[in-house]
Design a protein around this ligand. Structure first.
Ligand SMILES: Cc1ncc(COP(=O)(O)O)c(C=O)c1O
Length: 442
């Protein structure tokens, strides 16, 4: 089919997420390999955001493709009530890499579904209703996941499902409590959360959900004591702690899971994305033996047609082997240091860069129109602002794909990226920042 014919069909039938359909004009992509993809005219692009920050091992990895082919040849699908070798093996591989006693694994099809299941599990296990989550968060696009999300993507789902409440994360660059940097601030965020729990009554709260490092809502790396403090509050009040590691899991931050940076183990861990690096959809909800006990004599709270799908599990097994064989977790940590240093150099050169934040190969530049007063260049909820779109399109013209949103440019390449390719991409970011510097000077 010609490109023209495809485009005509596209206009008649395809719906693209998170954008006005009139504005949707995506590249037609035909091939991807390693850290690059190609459009139908043969133009090459470096993917500096691993797709949706999920293609951690890069595109077209033969070890994963071959494992998927072998699985298709032997068992494409079986009803979820049956046991299969890929499901059992992947469950045990996930449990082995999770910290602490996170051991029981429920598979779904996406980060959003994994979150929905975590909410249901927490409510059933505690007999309590309320779920607390951070304003600085995104947890997915299904009803419950939208409800607990804090960033503007939540607004599409309002009025949200009942039984959720929000608190402020340790977003220290622009402290919601107007405080100085930790530890001098005295952790007003934790004190406020404690007051909130007290007002609500701990006996009504099933779980606190948070991203141990916030992803696309602003990439906040919190102080260790914030995460430890939340664990302590949960323990004191019999509230379950859920970490959403949909984006931060699987080496993205230089450890298997971001919670390892804080030495804190949640009661439930949610992950997706990097478990299969986008080869097949897969969501994961992992929990402790104490939670599993609640479902020994009463039915587990859900089930899905594609729960533990053989193809997804086979891809997950091969993908985890790739992380290990290629040393990608360590690579993310080491190359992440270089990335951080390079982005700080950009900040020093460009007045429009207000802040650089990140961990491992997971970083963001926050753009600012007034560095002193920390004012965002576009505005967090300003959907009409075209700056982020302009950045993405200028970078594409230079052959690099980045995700830019509100005031943020995210840099999260596949963990296999070479230092040379990363350097070249950063040089292109340097060029695009000349455009944002101009806006700030005007
Ligand atoms: C932290 C977090 N949770 C949940 C989700 C939702 O995952 P999915 O898009 O696979 O449903 C995302 C997606 O970006 C995410 O970043």
């Amino acid at each position: 089919m010609s490109d023209l014919e495809l485009r005509a069909l596209e206009r008649q039938h395809v719906v693209y997420g998170w954008q006005p359909q009139r504005l949707a004009a995506p590249l037609l992509v035909t091939r991807a390999e390693g850290v690059n993809f190609w459009d139908s005219c043969g133009n090459q692009y470096l993917d500096l955001c691993s797709g949706q920050i999920n293609v951690n091992v890069g595109y077209g990895h033969q070890a994963i493709i071959q494992a998927m082919k072998r699985q298709l040849d032997c068992l494409t699908y079986i009803a979820p009530g049956f046991a299969t070798e890929p499901r059992v093996r992947l469950s045990s591989m996930v449990a082995k890499r999770c910290p602490g006693d996170l051991q029981y694994v429920f598979f779904s099809n996406s980060g959003s579904e994994a979150i929905e299941n975590a909410i249901k599990i927490a409510r059933a296990a505690t007999g309590r209703l309320k779920i607390y989550s951070a304003w600085q968060s995104y947890h997915g696009a299904t009803a419950g996941a939208s409800a607990i999300s804090g960033d503007p993507r939540r607004l599409f789902a309002e009025p949200v499902v009942p039984g959720v409440a929000k608190f402020h994360y340790a977003a220290c660059y622009r402290c919601p409590f107007g405080q100085s940097a930790p530890p001098d601030c005295g952790f007003s965020c934790l004190a406020s959360l404690e007051r909130q729990i007290d007002h609500d009554g701990p006996e009504t709260i099933a779980a606190i959900v948070l991203e141990p490092i916030v992803g696309t809502s602003g990439l906040y790396v919190p102080p260790v004591d914030f995460i430890k403090g939340i664990r302590k509050l949960c323990d004191e009040h019999g509230v379950l702690l859920i970490f959403d590691e949909t984006m931060t899991g699987w080496g993205r931050t230089g450890r298997w899971f971001a919670c390892e940076h804080f030495d804190v183990v949640p009661d439930i861990l949610v992950t997706a994305k990097g478990i299969t690096s986008g080869y097949v959809p897969l969501g994961v909800t992992v929990f402790t033996p104490a939670i599993r006990e609640k479902f020994l004599d009463t039915a587990f709270v859900g089930g899905l047609t594609n729960e533990g799908h053989t193809l997804a599990c086979a891809a997950g097994i091969a993908n985890i082997e790739v992380y290990e064989q290629e040393g990608l977790i360590e690579r993310s940590a080491a190359l992440g240091e270089y990335l951080n240093k390079s982005l700080l150099e950009l900040q020093a050169m460009h007045p429009s860069v207000g802040s650089v934040r990140g961990k491992g190969l997971f970083a963001c530049l926050e753009l600012s129109s007034d560095r002193e007063r920390r004012i965002g260049i576009a505005g967090y909820r300003n959907a009409r602002c075209t700056i982020a779109g302009e950045i993405t399109s200028r970078m594409l013209q230079m052959g690099v794909f980045v995700v830019a949103k509100w005031d943020f440019i995210f840099v999260a390449p596949p963990l296999i990226i070479s230092r040379t390719a990363l350097t070249e991409a950063i040089e292109k970011l340097d060029k695009v920042l000349a455009y944002t510097d101009e806006l700030v000077r005007c």
